[in-house]
Design a protein around this ligand. Sequence first.
Ligand code: CU
Length: 126
Amino acid sequence: MKTIIKNSLLVLLFISGTILLQSQRPADATATSIEIKTSAECTMCKTRLEKALNLTKGVVESNLDLKTRIVTVKYLPNKITPAKIRDIISRTGYDADEVKARPGAYKRLPECCRKNGMSGGSCEGK
Ligand SMILES: [Cu+2]
């Protein structure tokens, strides 16, 4: 009889522990989206920018639309702010809304990825 009580107590402990762990995990439902206008030129820029954003803590996912140059960033507001997201983009070498690209990072971009780089042709195949 004692073992049954002991076992059911253990099961109860395990279940409550699992519930506790799940409630501590940041829920995807709290994520917010923001659209930021960038100065990205090509698919290389897209890869570069999305990689930088996706490696950032608090960013759930990012997607850059090359036609509009607008990056949609899904993020957790309790982990990161829109200002910080624009800063990451700026540090990667691109304008982010009113925030200008960091000159140092911009200079490190391949020539075709700089502003109006596509006017001389495509970045790809270089
Ligand atoms: Cu590019």
